[in-house]
Design a protein around this ligand. Structure first.
Ligand code: GLU
Ligand code: MG
Length: 446
């Protein structure tokens, strides 16, 4: 019997669902030259299944998914899983026109363009790492006993063989996992990855989610990155760490003589991100359950402000260590805490970088570095420290994006329209549902 392996050629769409087509691995050379067919309206598919109506694409047009061979991921089949899964083998693709030119709605293309702007205007290269939390659940979703307390060795051991298998699969996939640990919520885990440059940083986020889901699936479970599973528990955050280096590899965000050791460029960059924070959240935390995670006192991002080592701030300067020969200059980065896995990683990172770039272009003044819980500030102090609230719902976030002319202008008009149609369809579908029910629905999607 013919039993040839398949390789999947995929893209991550506006709703952060990985979609594509598979071909025989033996025919990959042809696909590398010509790509495989794709349809514009696929970019109007909602994460809920149906296509968003109305959408700007309709039934016409043709595109190609062009695989980038540098992104190939292969995780070998696992003899122990039942039914036996084949190897996970895929490449990420750019979405291009049939003549190979970039398609204006391709999120990966949008990030590539943004990185070019950053390089041209600031002489900067972006180094990023995407720090995801997720929950490993019995599936279909069932009440399951909580095995182990937050961060406990027992919680980690109870997850075995998941912990060992997923760490090794991530190494195989080239995602450079650094640590594994149980997080605060029930069945919640986190695996920080090494930082990577440019497109690779965001590619890695896509790869990470798929590999984690694959290993959980092989064990008969579902790894869910849903932003919020249970409204009374901690959510699954995505914290995006960004550092900027010049062409010679010299860190651009560090200056020991300034508050928080953040350079003047870093201050302006941070100010740009804070100025556009509400519009940004439509691109970085864009599910109907995302805003509930971003409420105060969830250690997610309770307020729009900059802080050092403060887990209630949207932008945080993580601790710098000289311990054990560590170099603070090299560790300096900004952590954007207001993202989640419903965001397309390329789109989210590109939008944060564009916001930062606007801040640098406009020489925005340094945002104050908040040294306490933003929720404890009196109204006058909130104003003095420039502390604001994030949108209370996806609908509000989309409104903020529509009204922020600069942010809206980062996307091509067609991409903006397509994005709004997908997200508005999700808003409408969630309107009639209790938050708990929407959380459960989204747990099956992300
Ligand atoms: N679970 C928190 C969130 O939703 C993050 C907790 C932490 O790792 O600081 O972002
Ligand atoms: Mg965490």
């Amino acid at each position: 019997m013919n039993d040839e392996e398949l390789i999947a050629l995929v893209c991550c769409d506006l709703g952060s669902i990985v979609r594509g087509r598979s071909c025989f691995a033996s025919s990959i050379d042809q696909q590398l030259a010509q790509g495989v067919g794709w349809v514009p309206a696929n970019h109007a598919l909602t994460p809920l299944g149906p296509v968003a109506e109305p959408n700007p694409f309709g039934s016409t047009g043709d595109l190609r998914l062009m695989p980038d061979p540098a992104t190939r991921v292969r995780v070998e089949a696992d003899a122990a899983s039942e039914p036996r899964a084949g190897a996970l083998d895929f490449m990420l693709c750019d979405i291009v026109e049939t003549d190979g030119s970039p398609w204006e709605c391709c999120p990966r293309g949008f990030l590539r363009e943004t990185l070019t702007l950053l390089e041209r205007e600031l002489g900067a290269r972006a180094i990023t790492s995407f720090e995801h939390e997720f929950q490993v659940l019995a599936w279909p979703l069932a009440d399951q006993p909580i095995a182990g307390l937050p961060f406990s060795l027992e919680a980690q051991r109870s997850s075995e063989p998941f912990a060992r298998r997923v760490m090794n699969a991530l190494v195989e996939a080239g995602a450079e996992p650094e640590r594994f640990f149980p997080e605060y919520a029930a069945h919640q885990f986190e695996i920080p990855l090494a930082a990577a440059e440019g497109l690779t940083g965001a590619d890695r986020a896509v790869v990470f989610r798929e590999v984690v889901r694959e290993i959980a699936r092989r064990l008969g479970r579902r790894a869910s990155f849903v932003p919020l599973l249970n409204p009374s528990e901690a959510g699954n955050g995505l914290h995006i760490h960004i550092s900027l280096l010049d062409a010679g590899g010299h860190p651009l965000l560090y200056d020991a003589s300034r508050p928080g050791c953040l350079s003047e460029l870093g201050e302006r960059f941070a100010a740009g991100v804070l100025r556009h924070a509400c519009a940004l959240s439509a691109l970085t935390a864009p599910s109907p359950v995302s805003a509930a995670r971003l409420a105060p006192h969830r250690w997610s991002a309770g307020a729009v402000c900059l802080a050092t080592q403060n887990r209630e701030a949207l932008l945080r300067i993580p601790p710098l260590f000289s311990l054990g020969g560590g170099e603070p200059e090299r560790q300096m980065r900004l952590e954007y805490r207001g993202a989640d896995a419903s965001a397309n990683p390329h789109l989210a990172l590109a939008a944060i970088l564009r916001a930062g770039l606007e801040g640098v272009r406009e020489h925005l003044p340094a945002p104050p570095i908040l040294d306490r819980d933003p929720a404890e500030l009196a109204a006058a102090d909130r104003e003095r420290y420039g502390v604001g609230a994030l949108p209370a719902s996806l609908e509000e976030a989309l409104e903020a994006l529509s009204e922020d002319g600069q942010a809206r202008g980062w996307l091509s008009p067609l991409m903006f329209e397509a994005y709004m149609s997908v997200k508005q369809a999700e808003v409408r579908a969630a309107e009639r549902q209790a938050l708990e029910e929407t959380c459960r629905r989204y747990a099956a999607i992300y």
